[in-house]
Design a protein. Structure first.
Lengths: 160, 787
């Protein structure tokens, strides 16, 4: 099948790649752009390990075709920290040890950031339901929820 | 004041930075120039005779490199089983062959039939569709009890039975147990099923085989908990590659929970094919493939009976279990329902007589092996459920019934072959009563009732045997491997330390906790200590991580190696300070001479070892590097008490976990924050087993739960915050760190608490329900209430 030339923006950088029209955005990110931080846990939209933002909307990149990124803006885990600083969510994940094997973590961080971008004061229940699309097999979710709520408090300017 | 470094400090996990920024290096992130991809064509029937496989058309498809079938593996070893159980008659278990690709028959949905290697995965998948299979479907063996009846279809025709073994433990006690039952004042009987689970680490399995024609070396990158074990099993038993020509690397691994212990066909295939094709070959499991090819867990059907005297003392226990092996024996499968299960049936109680019978059965299902806890959750669940039932029948408080029968004196030799070194079961129970606020329960129940809900409180205790395991003992029990662990401690010339451990981290945090131990011993900051693991080319032969053994066994090996380092460094320091070796003390990273103000820094001694100008060369060698192999003298015995509070909606049968509290005695603790996380994760999985997860087959052996749409994983919205406490500490008496291991406790201790709570809730509403099998789903609860 002939490949399609895709021009897109990833984490603020202009990026071009050639995609088979059947390829998912997840595979394009991992195999063509070399951004392997986004993970495949299921390939069916059920685990959230592949979460990215596409023009500001949280999506499962395993359910989006690579060619759909054309002309759009993609945010992945690799764009979350700046060169010198972790995002507050990342910092709070370290402080709370909200990860173990780390495989679900990029997806959870991207999803949690998308929540906090919309709602700076989520309740515990709101955080749990927002992240219900992200499976984590290691942590039992306790520290993840705490870290997200703590990061929200920090972003609101409340002392932890 | 909590410590800020060394043993006991909650150091932040240093591995987290790479995981949080998307820069971890998992196996699927590894790509080798020019690699080909393999797609496995798997059986879609549970049981069938392979009449023919025609690959001609498929082989001509674009991009196809080669197609392999079982015929290509004739004369090559099958996947080995690492444990031989002896049955109650003294006969060895039945051990059928387990080919890399199916030969003659397919025996479960997912059994690999052909492997298509192509330039791209899509091409391999497309070509697989063009393979013409003629498979004659045979009746599937699914139900374990039916499988051992006369006339059942046979999973393996050659062995003439579906019974792998019939194990009795302790066979000599059987008569005495029967007699105790005949004299009992009360006998409580419970029949239950421990549901089949799929471990589901979030990272699916991946294997990348590579071959270097120039050197003749093979390399396998794989998602494993124990790369050395894979190298040994695959090299020696399957492919005939000696260890020095085979390197196995398990880089960052995205969770294991047991299912990444075992040696799998795909690993052997990729290593084999890379050599055949002189080209790297990569396989990445899809999630649905994982459901039908990762070893499953649990799946026991059990009848348990508890005998009590007139004073409610436990006098005897007997159990009869059918344990599903699946279609083939996975690497350690036979040990799980036997030595990891029967030996734990005493629990926390001084029951003097115990008899355990286990029938292991072959069925046309995916092989079953160890999953977090492995045998110990099955033991704990039945024991803690039957005690709750006994308490209800006798009208006594379930906590008091437990307390009355607690073992209180240590060491304690159980009637099931193990000796607990330490424990304090009243202490963990006292702590539980406090943190779970038992006193406030009645008020909370009233609140729930006011909302139209039923509230229940469930308690259980657990004991586990971990820190696996004394090699000579497990050898007598049938293990075909030793279970020591190794470490090399390399001190560099400028004082930094690298520890190469045979243990493996796939989420446990070794890179953080192991340096804390070295820091404590030597007195240098943790950031001067680096941990290397997961690569057979870099670490000494090790047995890997499972059975809560990393710190108890691997950490002990590291301590022994570090002790050798310190002893040698003291000799060097004594020479440098012209003092006697016996007077040298090491503290805070400096050696001093007792009673003087002479001292020499750690770094100076290290430098002297590598630049030995002023050095006792006649007595000791230059350099500062030591290796130790540590073989534990006993298992370790973590224990604890767990409490779950649930609300049941009588309208729908839905169970909500309102609170969960756990008190664990893990002995000494190196990093409390990491320990909390381990317990949380175990509880999450235990709640999953109790309420949600079920791996289901239909009567034809079709796997009904092969995606996250059908297999209900616990999600953030299903669980509460957990209250965990590990302040009750009775240190292990036989390892140098006094640690017991914490990885499996949560998964072992939590399912009975949940089910006990649901049953308690139902009784509070007047529903005399004695048991509901896991998962305790709304439909099961509703049916039990309205049945
Ligand atoms: S990989 Fe996309 S949702 Fe699981
Ligand atoms: S940290 Fe391992 S799956 Fe979440």
């Amino acid at each position: 099948m002939s490949k399609i030339h895709v021009t897109t923006t990833i984490n603020g950088d202009a990026v071009e790649f050639l995609a088979d029209p059947r390829e998912t955005l997840l595979d394009c990110l991992r195999d063509h752009v070399g951004l392997t931080g986004t993970k495949e846990g299921c390939g069916t939209g059920d685990c959230g390990a592949c979460s990215v933002e596409l023009d500001g909307t949280l999506v499962c990149s395993c359910l989006v075709l690579g060619v759909e990124a054309s002309g759009k803006s993609v945010q992945t885990i690799e764009g979350m920290a700046t060169d010198s600083e972790l995002h507050p969510l990342q910092r709070k994940f370290v402080e709370h040890a909200a990860l173990q094997c780390g495989f679900c973590t990029p997806g959870i961080l991207v999803a949690a950031k998308s929540l906090l971008d919309r709602n700076t004061s989520p309740t515990e229940e709101e955080v749990r339901y927002w992240l219900a699309g992200n499976l984590c097999r290691c942590t039992g979710y306790d520290k993840i929820i705490r870290a997200v709520m703590d990061a929200a408090a920090e972003l609101r300017g409340e002392a932890a | 004041m909590p410590k800020d470094h060394g043993i006991g400090a909650s150091n932040k996990r240093r591995e987290d930075i790479r995981f949080l920024t998307g820069t971890g290096n998992y196996t699927d992130d590894i790509n080798i120039h020019g690699q080909a991809y393999v797609y496995f064509l798997r059986s879609d029937v549970a049981h069938g005779k392979i009449n023919s496989i025609d690959t001609a058309a498929a082989a001509a498809m674009p991009g196809v490199v080669r197609i392999f079938t079982g015929a290509d593996f004739e004369g090559i070893g099958g996947l080995p089983c690492g444990w031989q159980v002896t049955d109650k008659h003294g006969e060895p278990m039945k051990e059928p062959p387990h080919p890399v690709l199916a030969q003659g028959k397919v025996r479960h949905v997912g059994d690999p039939i052909a492997a298509v290697v192509a330039d791209s995965l899509d091409q391999a998948r497309d070509a697989a569709e063009a393979i013409e299979l003629d498979i004659e479907e045979l009746p599937a063996v699914v139900d374990m009890k039916a499988a051992v009846q006369e006339g059942s279809a046979l999973v393996h025709d050659d062995i003439g039975t579906n019974l792998c073994y019939d194990w009795g433990f302790v066979e000599e006690n059987k008569g005495a147990v029967e007699e105790a039952f005949s004299k009992a004042a009360h006998v409580t009987t419970l029949e239950l099923r421990n549901n089949r689970l799929v471990a589901n680490p979030m990272e699916p399995r991946v294997a990348v085989g590579d071959f270097n024609r120039a050197s003749g070396d093979s390399t396998l990158y794989t998602t494993s908990q124990n790369p050395h074990v894979i190298r040994l099993l695959m090299g020696a038993f399957v492919l005939g590659i000696p260890e020095h020509k085979l390197r196995v690397v398990a880089p960052d691994v995205g969770g294991g929970f047991g299912t990444k212990i075992f040696h799998y066909a795909e690993e052997a295939f990729c290593t084999f094919a890379a050599k055949q094709l002189n080209r790297a070959v990569k396989w990445t499991s899809s999630r649905s493939e994982a459901f039908m090819s990762d070893a499953h867990g649990r799946d026991h059907v059990t009848k348990i009976q508890l005998a009590l005297d007139a004073d409610n003392n436990f006098t005897a226990l007997r159990t009869e279990t059918y344990a599903n092996m699946g279609a083939y024996l996975s690497t350690f499968a036979p040990s799980v329902p036997t030595w990891l299960h029967g030996t734990l049936m005493a629990g926390n109680y001084k029951t003097p007589l115990i008899y355990v019978n286990v029938k292991a059965v072959f069925t046309n299902t995916v092989p079953v092996d160890a999953y977090r806890g492995a045998g110990r959750p099955e033991a704990t669940f039945q024991l803690e459920r039957v005690i709750d039932k006994a308490a209800r029948e006798l009208g006594v408080d379930p906590v008091e019934l437990r307390r009355q029968n607690f073992i209180t004196e240590f060491p304690y030799a159980t009637p099931v072959a193990v000796e607990y070194d330490t424990g304090d079961y009243h202490a963990t129970m006292d702590k539980l009563v406090e943190i779970a606020d038992f006193a406030g329960f009645e008020a909370r129940r009233k609140d729930s009732e006011a909302k139209g809900k039923l509230r229940g409180l469930g308690v259980n205790c657990y004991i586990e045997a971990c820190g696996i395991a004394p090699s000579n003992l497990v050898g007598q029990l049938g293990a075909r491997a030793g279970l020591y662990e190794s470490a090399t401690v390399r001190v560099n010339a400028t004082g930094g330390v690298v520890v190469m451990t045979g243990s493996h981290s796939h989420g446990q945090g070794h890179e953080t906790s192991f340096p804390q131990v070295i820091s404590e011993m030597i007195g240098i900051p943790e950031d001067q200590v680096e941990i290397v693991h997961g690569d057979t080319a870099r670490s000494p032969m090790g047995m890997g991580t499972y059975g809560s053994r990393s710190l108890a066994v691997g950490g002990s090996a590291m301590v022994r190696a570090a002790e050798k380092i310190i002893n040698k460094a003291k000799k060097i320091a004594a020479h440098l300070m012209e003092a006697s070796e016996g007077d040298i003390e090491l503290k805070d990273g400096a050696f001093s001479v007792a009673g003087t103000d002479k001292s020499v820094a750690w770094g100076e001694v290290c430098l002297a070892a590598y630049v030995p100008h002023n050095y006792p060369l006649e007595d000791i060698e230059p350099g500062l590097e030591e290796t130790a192999f540590y073989d534990p003298s006993n298992f370790t015995y973590p224990s604890g008490a767990y409490c779950c509070e649930v609300e049941v909606d009588p309208e729908t049968g839905k169970v909500t976990i309102e609170s969960f509290a756990a008190t664990d005695d893990f002995g000494n603790i190196v990093n409390p924050m990491i320990v909390d996380g381990q317990v949380h994760g175990g509880i999450g999985q235990g709640i999953g087993q109790a309420l949600l997860e079920n791996c289901a087959y239909d009567e034809n052996g079709q796997l009904l739960s092969a995606s996250y749409m059908d297999y209900a994983m616990p999600r953030a919205s299903d669980v509460p915050f957990y209250k965990v406490d590990h302040s009750c500490q009775t240190p292990c008496t036989h390892n140098p760190l006094g640690v017991k291991g914490c990885g499996e406790a949560g998964a072992i201790g939590s399912p009975p608490a949940v089910v006990n709570a649901v049953i308690d809730a139902l009784h509070s509403g007047g529903h005399k329900v004695e048991h509901i099998d896991m998962p305790v789903s709304p439909s099961r609860v509703w049916a039990a209430m309205n049945g």
